[in-house]
Each structure stands twice: as C-alpha cells, then as structure tokens.
Design a protein. Sequence first.
Length: 578
Amino acid sequence: MNGAIRGNIPVLLEGRGKTVLRDAHHIATGGEGVLYRVRDAVVKVYTDADKMQRDNMAAKIRELTRLTHTHIVAPKGLVFAKNTHPIGYWMSYVDGEPLTRVFTNSFWKRTRFSVAHASTLVEAMRDVVHYAHGKRMLLVDPNELNWLVVRDAGGAYTPRILDVDSWSFGAWPPQVVMLSIRDVHARELSELSDWFAWGVVTFQVYTGIHPYKGMLAGFKPHDIEARMRANASVFRDGVRLNRAVRDFSHIPGVLLDWYEAVFEHGERSAPPSPFARGAGTVRPTRTLRVVQTARGALRHQKLFAPPEDRAVAVYPSGVVRLASGALADLATGDIVVLQASHDAEVISLGDGYAVAEVHEGKLVVTCHSAQEAAYACPLTLAAHRVVRGVNRLFAITDNGLREVRFPKVGKHRIASPAAQWDILPHATEWFDGIGVMDALGAAYLIVPFGGRGVAQVRVRELDGMRVVSGVASERVAALVAVDDKGVYQRLDFSFDTSLRTYKVATRVVDVPDLNAAALPKGVIASIEEDGELRISVPATGVVNKVADAGIRTDMALAAVGNRVVYIKDGAVWSLAMQ
C-alpha cells in the first residue's frame, strides 16, 4: 500500500506533543488513510504521501478544527513526521458502535433499542447536517460507514460523524459519493443531495432496509441504481419485503410522508424533525407472501416462556437473556443472574455457568452451580470487553486476546488467566463467536476452535469490507459485510480441521441482518424468506431449503449445541426435522 505505516513511527501531534505509532495502535485501514488509537486520540495518516500538498489538506484541516458540534469528530490538529512534513491529522477517540449495527434487529433486541431511541438518534443526525450547512459545508458522502453511535450514561443514543476531512467547502470541491446514498437525479452535489443521503441512512435506522431494496417485478434483485433512477422505492405498490423489515408505521407520520415524497415521488427538500407535530399517513410494511405448505415439514416445540418477561437472546450454553436483564437456565427456567448487561457473556462449566462482563475497565466474573447460589470468581484483569468463542471465554486486553479458564478448587471454581494470543485489539471487531481483524488493510478472522486453539485466518474476500454481523461455531461461520459501494454480502465459511484453509460461498443480500445459527457439526441454519428454513453445509456446498408455513423471518435463530432454537413473541422454541 502506498504510504502505509508499519512498525514504530515517531510523529508529532500538533498541540499535544510527540508520540510513536505502533502496529498495536492500529484501528483500521481504508479509503484514504490508516487510523491509529493512541490513548484518547485517533491519528489518521494519509496513505497517499502526496495528498497533503496536492490537495492543500493542511489548510483544510485547520479550517475543520473550528467545528465545535458535539456530534462531529473534527480534527484537533495536524500530525507531522519527524521531517516536519504534515502526514495527516488527529482527533478525539470515540467509543461507539458502527451505525450499520443499529440497522439490525439483533442490535434492537440485544440493547432494547426502541423507536423512541431511533427518533432521538435521527434528530441528532439531522442537527449535524443543519450545522454543517450553516457553516456552508457539504457532507458529500455521509454514508452509514461514516457514523458511529454512542450510548450516554442516561441510556440515550447519539451519533458521531467521522471523516469530516472529505467534506466540501471553499476551495475544496466534492469528491466521491457511495452509490447507495448518491442522488442519481442530481446534476451536482448540494445541500439537497446531502438530505437525500441522510434520508437513505436514517430510513434504515427505523426499518433495517435500504429504501430501494426488496423484490419488485421488472427490476433485477439488488439493482438499487436502476430502482433509484425509476423512483421505485419500498413504497411502490407490488414491492415485497420480508417480516424482518421493521414496520413503517413506527416511523413518525410527518417524517414518513417526507420519506415517501423523496424516495417514491422524487421530491427534494430538507426533512422535518421526527418530533414535528402532525399525524402524517399510517402505512403498514408490505411483506412477502408466506409459503403455504404443510406444517409437518418441521417440528416446533415450545421450551421456555418466561412469566411476565420476554426472552431476547439465547447463548450456546443454554442460558437465556431476558428483556429485564435477568439470565435464566433454558432447561429448568431457573434465574441464574438477576441483572446482567447486554454485553455480558455466558459459558457452561458442566456443573454450572460462568457469567462475565467488563465494568469500569475490569473483568467481573461470577460462577453459578445448581447446588448453591452464585459465588464470586475473583480475577484482577484489566479488559476492554469480554468475548466468547463456542464455549470458551476471552478478555480483550491492551496486549491481545487472553483466555479465562475455570479450574475447580475444592467445591468451587476459580477464574484463572490462561493462554494469550497476539491480535490488534483496537482493530478487531467481535461478533457471536468470531472476531474480524484489520491488520493494516489485510483482513483476518479470529476463530477459537477445539478446546484450546485460536486461529488467525487470512481472508482476502473481506479486504476493504466492513463486517456488520456474524456468527460462528467450531469450523463454520456466517458473516454479513458491506463494501465501499454500499452492497451487503453474505459469506459462509467452512474451515479445515487445522483452520489453515477454508471454503467460502458469497452472495448479495438485501439487509445487514444475519438471522442464523451455526452448529458445531458444521451446519448453518438461517431464515431469509418467510416460509423457508435454509440449511447449508459450507464444507460441501450443499444447501437444502425446507418449506414450512411456520417459518417466519421475525423468528430469531440461535444454537444450543447442535440444536436449533428460536425466539418468537418472547418465548424460546426448538426447531427440528420431523
């Protein structure tokens, strides 16, 4: 890569002092730069060594340092190499989640995100655009990859917009715009094209789907450009969406009217606030027709229906997380923990469970057994977060990935630090049982396997992509990732016994949601259309589609061992062939 930084590079952060950029500081590589985190600062170094001078970026960055909006991650100053030439800029570090995750139903369920949260977030994003326009600046490319979402102490979700160095103003003309948010009807970029882009992204916050996706006769699947040119949106009569798409009627009516006017009728204007007064028009979401087949194809059995509560997630260990924050044993219905955060992880110990979460930078672990109440498993370990791989527990530390094991001492178990693996902690995102690491532009999967192994698998298919959701078991994984054109792809992986080689099947999908269960026996079960369970064996490439009228896309799949379960209407059910 031209201009890529590797090794220990001394730099000077304007207004802050000298520091050294190390590989362990790396966050991500993409677009025009490489990002590093150094304590509470993020450094962006341009990969094109000539960009600073050619595009007069030093002057542009100095102008951008004047931005003071809370939700804008603006430059704080230039970054100089030891030869005193500017090579980039630095900004404050923000601990947030990518906006793409907010699009998914799994995020809504995991965090108890609501329509009220969505409206607060959307209104704050609207305020950012108004602020930029008030400064006579265009955001140009405010796609979903350029937003983070932060949850404050009061539980509200607010945005942070990134990559403001690509904004257009004064002597700096607009550059590239991602196709998925580009106004194909606009002759030139303007404030109205910014609002169109804002509309595309915020519509996905509410519904989980791009306004020009879904099935529509006369158009090829996933051809959003043709749909955009024809103003053939999700509001068009005849469009079909599955039940995983959240209901349009939850969008505040006045804003919903604006979405339809823009996407379906080609109007261009600044949007109203989601809190604006006015009833608007109520429209239900159009859904795909459920396949009418005999229910006998699959056996559905209710396993657990918590009284006065709702199941929201199932761990592979057989523990259910409830909407109240409690954890319950799926087999017995007994409460394991009265209150756990949505980031807590649970593993089975054979004679009980271990529950772990990070609180104020420290790993907190409790153990539970059927014979007695919960007891502390004291462990002093600084950690950023806790993750799970199959039925193993890991802490993410400054030094990498540290496993925590639970040997038995007398009647009780203790939490004990075990093996450590060198990863880039700031450049690795974690999903259900799998990590995705950006090693200076090269993508790796971090895959726990067997009883003690962890593999780092080089996966070129993910280079330049952002993974949104994922699930993995022993030697299989399913991921959904978005590329730099805004196209979402599903990738199913199968690894050999040593995890040195793999097979992958890739296809384009409509939504970033991944409703799938990965089983240790090497099978991935998923629901993508109402009335059909998709069962794939990535090792052989075999895909079976089982038709059953009881299958709906709003059933959240999970795996408990080699058993497929799902959550529907707050209860947990098992799913098996007759």
